[in-house]
Design a protein around this ligand. Structure first.
Ligand code: ADP
Ligand code: ZN
Length: 482
């Protein structure tokens, strides 16, 4: 018995060793295969080849601004010589920035489609590998391919994976990324202006990109692709319902209104989900009940959820932005207000007013005071409309902005008489002056808001309705009121 158990235990040990060896062998093989694969994956497959059907601009709904901004690029790819003859330099690198699902990839593909050239699509994270040098090698291989195909559009999604700002604390240990980024920049500068090659990179946040990337001559055209407003959503909805059997009881306008803060991708998802529901139920058409069910599934837990439920937030945003817009028109009449919107922008604000200051060398004391009041106008509108105790955190950035202008107003430009022309803030009472100026100008802003409350409310109501108002319309509303 003793012997027997010794034999068994020996056998067990052998079996164990064999088992381990087998596992080891499999792991080894996989590792080899893995590393081989990651090297082989360098093969960048063009997402579409010349003459295969790419999309064109008509399939990208809304986004008219962005399309206009890339029109000349399409023309340049088609006729580089035309521009070259005049010594015009067309951006070789373009950055599309904005929230996910807004059609950045689509638009890049459409640029290639409109120009009728090859389209290569890669993702930034494909180039950031554990091993130093692999990313750079992949970049070189990609561009070798691109060169072979002649004119082309190269699309790099998630460029931040390669081109994020270097934080000072972390200068070392990023060799791989630096090498990859350098390889990309080198390859880009290797093209001639007559080559007709354009590189489009996409990111959700442009502010985190390394300056080495965004500098003149590199990715120097920046095109924002934001969330669609109600009109644009209607167009996207139209496109995605096209060709589907949809019942008359689905109201596209209503759906567009309900889907504030939805991206194009979310709209596409919503419609697709409704179609699946209809198919499952063997319904003849996609009916409103399918759309509604899909809508509620989609907004549950999504970022759109919070804001859709809280219509009140939207009203606050609308009043705040209307305040900025109307007051800016009054205190900075030379500014061009090109857009007012309650759709959040990529910098995280609830809504915004796009106001372009006049192009001049000097600003007067009145201008600077106007800038401060214009920044305060959002908060002032909240105070006048909702009451002193109901002002919100929405003015955080405005307050910071105003404070920094006030600082310059007093200490740099010598525009506050009580402080004088000392041109420095060493004075220990600096804060007292800051407070005084801030207090005076804020109160002045509140007064102007009070006198224009009606017009601010009409702008706010129109914002709720249309979400975005463009330049001329603000003047129309303001002129109608007087
Ligand atoms: P991004 O690159 O900005 O993340 P994509 O271009 O990948 O977004 O869009 C994902 C999908 O969303 C598209 O394939 C399309 O179905 C839909 N989509 C997004 N924006 C639009 C738009 N403007 N018009 C039509 N469809 C859109
Ligand atoms: Zn504001």
């Amino acid at each position: 018995m003793e012997n027997m158990s010794a034999v068994i235990s020996l056998l067990q040990t052998i079996a164990g060793i064999c088992f381990l060896a087998a596992i080891g062998f499999i792991m080894y093989k996989n590792m080899k295969k893995g590393s081989k694969e990651s090297v082989m994956a360098l093969e960048v497959v063009p997402a579409a080849q010349k003459n295969t059907k790419l999309i064109d601009f008509s399939q990208v709904a809304g986004n008219e601004d962005a399309k206009n901004k890339v029109c000349d690029i399409v023309d340049y790819i088609k006729n580089p010589d035309k521009y070259n003859k005049y010594g015009a330099r067309i951006p070789r690198g373009v950055i599309f920035y904005g929230p996910p699902g807004t059609g950045k990839t689509m638009l890049a593909k459409a640029v290639a489609g409109e120009a009728g050239v090859d389209f290569y699509a890669v993702t930034g994270s494909d180039f950031v590998q554990m091993y130093v040098g692999v990313g750079a090698m992949r970049i070189r291989q990609l561009f070798k391919k691109v060169r072979q195909s002649g004119k082309a559009v190269v699309f790099i999604d998630e460029i931040d994976a390669i081109g994020k700002k270097r934080s000072n604390a972390n200068t070392s240990g990023n060799d791989e990324r630096d090498q990859t980024l350098n390889a990309l920049l080198t390859e880009m500068s290797g093209f001639d202006d007559t080559d007709g090659v354009v590189i489009i990179a996409a990111t959700n946040r442009i502010d985190i990109l390394d300056e080495a990337l965004t500098r003149t001559g590199r990715f120097d055209r920046h095109v924002e692709i934001g969330l669609p407003n109600v009109n644009q959503r209607k167009k996207i909805i139209d496109i995605h319902f096209k060709g589907k059997p949809v019942s008359d009881d689905v109201n596209f306008d209503e759906l567009a209104k309900q889907t504030i803060f939805f991206s194009g991708a979310m709209l596409e998802g919503l419609i697709n989900e409704a179609a699946i529901l209809a198919a499952k139920q063997k319904s003849e058409f996609i009916e409103n009940k399918h759309v509604e069910e899909s809508y509620y599934t989609m907004i549950a837990g999504s970022p759109a959820d919070k804001s859709i439920v809280k219509r009140k937030d939207m009203y606050i945003t609308a009043c705040h932005e209307a305040g900025h817009a109307v007051i800016t028109r009054i205190v900075l009449p030379e500014n061009e207000i090109s857009k007012i919107t309650v759709i959040p922008s990529s910098n995280g604000s609830g809504g915004f007013v796009l106001s372009i200051p006049p192009d001049k060398m000097y600003y007067t004391k009145k201008d600077i005071e106007g800038m401060i009041m214009s920044a305060y106008a959002g908060r002032a509108a909240e105070e006048v409309i909702f009451g002193k105790d109901c002002v919100t955190t929405g003015a955080q950035n405005d307050i910071q902005k105003a404070a920094s202008i006030i600082k310059d107003y007093i200490f740099k430009y010598g525009m506050f008489d009580e402080f004088g022309l000392i041109g420095s803030e060493y004075e220990k009472d600096g804060l007292i002056y800051l407070k005084k100026v801030s207090y005076n100008l804020y109160n002045k802003t509140v007064e102007i808001v009070k006198n224009n409350k009606e017009v601010i409310l009409s702008v706010a109501n129109e914002l709720i309705e249309k979400e975005t108002i463009y330049s001329g319309r603000l003047d129309e509303i303001m002129n109608n009121m007087v």
